[in-house]
Design a protein around this ligand. Structure first.
Ligand SMILES: Nc1ncnc2c1ncn2[C@@H]1O[C@H](COP(=O)(O)OP(=O)(O)OP(=O)(O)O)[C@@H](O)[C@H]1O
Length: 305
């Protein structure tokens, strides 16, 4: 089996007395789109900076593209769009990409061929001769993505790549990520736009306080539990207690509506409990949880779940 694109074991970063990343372990396989999620301050950007060799870990074992951090051969095959980028705004788009291409060691003829390709991929082919200072925030984000993929990387880190984009721009970036994956590129994506992550990622990790709180294929995480909305009368306190003992009772109000988080295969058992208790069941609707539901659950619940 080929080595993972990213391997991280017990990664830790401490700034003074602030633990930014506590003990992070994960693997990203080659060719997958991996979503790296977590609340503000969870340690995502710190981790991405360590994986890019911009800051040094305090402890932990890391390899990127099968090499140790900082390996020049590996770095040539990595693209990176930082969250807070500051570009050379006096350069024209073409010159900017030419500069970044040369930093990667691309020859003049390679750059000449590749720059129009990436400008087209990010929808800026008509702005090759415009100075970056004339670009909108969304256009800067697009040119930032262009510089991240200029050297045909095997692995691309995109830290909040769509935060400044309008809905069409976001869709374009989603399509671009799919295009990269179809061409065998591994994408490590940090985004707070969970509906976007849900659509484009193969697997995700949700990190909390510098540790992985959940990791897995998006489909598996989404299907693990269903939320069942129930409308019933004659619901006794002892029935609610029995339900909350076995499942997770949510949104419980006094007007006959409540919701329960239930593994899909246990929905019939919930129905049985309701009927056996003598409740009058009017409605019962299982619905799939969204990534946002899962995120909120994991991030809000205190450490021991
Ligand atoms: N250079 C630094 N010096 C001291 N503390 C830092 C430094 N950089 C980050 N931190 C702290 O480390 C923690 C993790 O920050 P980080 O930027 O990695 O979080 P994040 O998950 O990327 O957050 P966001 O979603 O807001 O971008 C935060 O508490 C932050 O204040």
């Amino acid at each position: 089996m080929s080595s993972p694109a990213i391997y991280v074991e017990n990664l830790r970063k401490v700034y003074g007395n602030k633990v930014a990343v506590e003990s992070l372990s994960l693997e990203v396989q080659q060719g997958e789109v991996f979503g790296f999620l977590g609340p503000n301050g969870a340690g995502k950007t710190t981790t991405i900076k360590m994986l890019n060799g911009l800051i040094t870990p305090t402890a932990g074992k890391v390899s990127v593209l099968g090499k140790k951090l900082g390996d020049l051969g590996a770095r040539k095959q990595i693209g990176f769009l930082p969250e807070h980028f500051r570009f050379h705004e006096w350069l024209k788009a073409y010159e900017f990409l030419d500069f970044h291409g040369s930093l990667y060691g691309m020859s003049k003829s390679e750059r000449k061929k590749r720059i129009p390709e990436v400008l087209k991929l990010v929808g800026l082919e008509h702005r090759a001769d415009s100075r970056l200072r004339t670009f909108s925030k969304g256009m800067l984000q697009r040119i930032g993505i262009a510089q991240a993929i200029i050297a045909n990387p095997k692995l691309v880190f995109l830290d909040e790549p769509t935060s400044a984009l309008d809905p069409i721009g976001r869709r374009d970036v989603r399509d671009l990520i799919v295009f990269l994956r179809d061409n065998g590129v591994t994408v490590f994506l940090n985004s707070h736009l969970l509906s976007e992550v849900e659509r484009v990622c193969d697997r995700i990790a949700i990190i909390k306080e510098g540790k992985v709180a959940a990791i897995g294929p998006v489909d598996e995480l989404l299907h693990a539990e269903h939320i069942v909305d129930v409308r019933a009368t004659n619901v006794t306190p002892s029935l609610l207690e029995a339900i909350s003992h076995r499942f997770r009772l949510m949104d419980h109000s006094n007007n006959g509506y409540f919701s329960v988080s239930v593994p899909e295969q246990e929905v019939p058992a919930l129905v049985e409990m309701l009927v056996a208790s003598g409740a009058n069941l009017y409605e019962l609707k299982p619905r799939q949880r969204s990534l946002e539901d899962i995120f909120v659950d994991i991030v809000q619940v205190s450490g021991d779940r």
